[in-house]
Design a protein. Structure first.
Length: 386
């Protein structure tokens, strides 16, 4: 028996040590991953700065477009936040007013009850407890009357206390209503200011795009601009791919490579342009697909991963790139606004942006790519059938 007990304790100790070692190993792995990702982020930020310096020196109009579209994205985020706050504050205000109505009803009822108690007290007060005792001959009856008198006093005190508590609550709720109403008004004014700024920026964007279109005199020039944008994106993808090549993505239940045909669509809408479809009279082919969706519609992450790029990128507007591990990345371009920053985790189906037309596009839509080790691959077979 002793030997069996000893071996049981030994087995428990071994299992505990094994589990502890596994936890520490996972913690070390996570810490190493975080450190590597911070290094990747610094590399990407430096590359973006270098690309922006080159872009700015070559093209003032495109720089102006970038500034206006980036500001529009930020303004839309601010507007959405203010609208959300307004909705919450309005709900709070309605709840406070409803509470005030209920308290006023209680106050009226309690006031009537207290008045009744006062009248009864007056009537009862005309006969003191001594008179009641002297007027009674039976001791048992006297005892019952005294108990009744005590109960009545307690009930009267309780009703008066409830009434006073209701008055105190009403005194507290009125300032809350005033503060909430004032906050609502301030937010409405701020919302109007942001809308005016947004309209000004949108008008500025339209003028800049018109100037850019006037400057393009031939298909050859448009082709040159397109190739330049692609080269910059390829440079970015090569840098990112090299930086995260040997970093595993922890926390994913199903690897990206096993999810073919099961990924959720990144946006709701019809496919406007397919992978490999021709551009500029067939001189180039698309590296991704364009999904026609209304401006402001949600853009969803197609798989678990970590954001490795979230910023404005020339030719692609507000761009977001997610690393899914195994060399796979998904790319979401021309967004109206971005909700995730570089380094943040995303889950499959999570809203990461809003559909837009940044990058100088004439109509809203999502440009979507899937890349494996930096090379574009047809995204259609990866997505679940509609």
């Amino acid at each position: 028996m002793r030997a069996r007990h000893f071996y049981k304790k030994l087995l428990t100790l071994c299992l505990t040590l094994t589990m502890t070692g596994t936890v520490f190993a996972q913690a070390d792995q996570q810490a190493d991953y975080e450190a590597r990702m911070q290094e990747v982020q610094r590399t990407i930020e430096q590359l973006q700065k270098e690309l922006k310096k080159t872009q700015g020196s070559r093209d003032e109009l495109k720089e102006k477009l970038e500034e206006s579209e980036s500001d529009i994205g930020e303004l839309l985020q601010k507007i959405q936040k203010i609208e959300s706050e307004l909705e919450e504050q309005n709900q709070d205000l309605q709840s406070l007013k409803q509470e005030r109505r209920e308290l006023n009803q209680s106050r009226q009822q309690q006031q009537a009850a207290v008045a009744e108690q006062v009248r009864a007290a007056y009537q009862l007060g005309r006969q003191s407890q001594i008179k009641l005792l002297l007027n009674q001959e039976e001791p048992q009856r006297v005892s019952r009357l005294l108990r009744y008198y005590d109960y009545w006093l307690e009930a009267r005190t309780e009703k008066i206390e409830r009434y006073l508590a209701t008055l105190a609550e009403l005194d507290q709720i009125e300032p809350k209503i005033l503060r909430t109403t004032a906050a609502l008004e301030r937010n409405r004014e701020e919302l109007e200011t942001q809308h005016q700024r947004l309209q000004a920026r949108q008008e500025e964007r339209r003028e800049t795009i018109a100037s850019l279109n006037q400057r393009i005199h031939s298909t050859d020039q448009e082709l040159a601009d397109l190739k330049q944008d692609r080269e910059r994106l390829q440079t970015l993808m090569d840098e990112v791919t090299a930086a995260v090549a040997d970093i595993e993505i922890p926390g994913s239940d199903v690897p990206f490579s096993k999810s073919k045909g099961q990924l959720p669509w990144p946006a709701k809408g019809q496919v406007r342009h397919r992978f490999g479809s021709p551009q500029l009279d067939g001189q180039v082919k698309r590296n991704g697909m364009v999904i026609g969706a209304s401006a402001g519609e949600p853009v969803l992450a197609v798989h678990h991963g970590r954001v490795v790029f979230s910023d404005y990128f020339r030719g692609h507007g507000l761009l977001l790139i997610v690393d899914h591990g195994e060399g796979y990345m998904s790319l979401y371009a021309h967004n109206q606004t971005l909700y995730k920053e570089t380094g943040e985790w995303v889950s499959a189906g999570e809203t990461i942006a809003r559909v837009g037309s940044t990058g100088g596009q004439s109509q809203a839509g999502l440009y979507f790519e899937i890349r494996h080790r930096g090379k574009p691959t047809n995204p259609a077979p990866w997505l679940a059938q509609a």
